[in-house]
Design a protein around this ligand. Structure first.
Ligand SMILES: [Zn+2]
Ligand SMILES: [Zn+2]
Length: 326
């Protein structure tokens, strides 16, 4: 049987060996025994994989996993077919390597499945802005990305993700609802940029995760911010719990498009003190912007732009302490 390629074989050497194998296979086709044909063809399969794996030189990437991420980094923000990764990886278990890269190693590689979850949730709540920004970024409809296609969203690795990996698995194994797992994970990672891929993994691939995250923000008042809910500096598909506190009961149930409109009208500043996120500092108790209903929700105050103001957490507390709304 032909030998496997040596690690330092260049693509041309492997290609020649493959051609030889296929040439010799002509004689094998003449014979009648199926099993001997199959067995003789095996080395050609191996060679073809070796050839794929040799396209990125060893000096640049020494393992299948390294080759996959190297390939992604050459083509960021472009939809890549799983089959391309199969070729450069040169191994059967390439999809497992992709999962490791995106969940365990902190590379923001999104699969078509995750894009669909996000897009479906955006469509469900008629968040046209979110759907459109996904499409702008990728140049195609997110729903048309296939499950076995992937996009590298950011060129830098999130090194904190490796530290979150154990916490992620611990939360994933718990017997709790998807919603409870998600909020527990966020509360252990306040301020960290969590990817949709992590949340999907946490939800054990249940597609409801995107809807649950939105509910945690809009219904339960957790300050989980995204690009399309007022934090334009974040990448698409990234989620941050800004502070470990739920907003006041009466200020919940604000739809994302209304939230964004209020923030924009108030120029992303507290209407009392002018605080904005660029002034964030460790010894300043002002940590985040919240929305406050002028006429309280329970008093039939509506979720309209006119009835809402942007306010920092310190002034929001003050307003509620004094029970004054002006
Ligand atoms: Zn303020
Ligand atoms: Zn309030």
């Amino acid at each position: 049987m032909a030998r496997r390629s040596r690690p330092n074989d260049d693509p041309e050497t492997i290609r020649k060996a493959l051609v030889d194998l296929l040439t010799n296979f002509a004689a094998e086709l003449e014979r009648s025994d199926l099993r001997s044909k199959v067995i003789v063809l095996i080395p050609a399969f191996h060679k073809l994989r070796d050839l794929g794996g040799s396209l990125i030189p060893k000096a640049e990437a020494s393992s299948a996993r390294d080759r996959i991420i190297e390939y992604f980094r050459r083509y960021p923000k472009i939809v890549i077919d799983g089959d391309e990764l199969m070729v450069v990886a040169g191994i059967d278990a390439w999809s497992r390597r992709v999962r490791e890269l995106r969940v365990q190693f902190g590379w923001s590689i999104y699969s078509g499945v995750t894009f669909r979850d996000i897009a479906e949730d955006a469509n469900a709540v008629k968040n046209a802005e979110e759907a459109a920004s996904l499409q702008n970024l990728l140049g195609i409809q997110p729903a048309s990305i296939k499950p076995e296609q992937y996009v590298l969203m950011r060129s830098e690795q999130d090194r904190q993700a490796a530290h979150r990996w154990n916490v992620l698995n611990e939360a994933r194994r718990k017997k709790a609802s998807v919603s409870d797992k998600i909020i527990e994970y966020f509360r252990k990672n306040v301020g960290a940029e969590i990817t949709g891929e992590e949340l999907r993994y946490l939800a054990q691939d249940k597609k409801e995760w995107a809807r649950r995250v939105r509910e945690l923000r809009t219904e339960y008042g957790w300050p989980i911010v995204t690009k399309n809910s007022g934090r334009d500096d974040l990448a698409i598909g990234v989620y941050v719990l800004e502070e470990d506190r739920q907003t006041y009961e009466h200020d919940r149930r604000i739809p994302d498009p209304v939230r964004v409109a209020v923030l924009q009208r108030d120029h992303f500043r507290c209407v009392r003190c002018g605080w904005n996120r660029s002034m964030l500092s460790p010894d300043d108790p002002r940590k985040m912007l919240e929305l406050h209903h002028l006429l309280h929700h329970k008093d039939k105050g509506e979720n309209t732009v006119e009835n809402l103001i942007t306010i920092c957490n310190v002034h929001h507390d003050e307003v509620h302490r004094r029970k004054s709304i002006k």
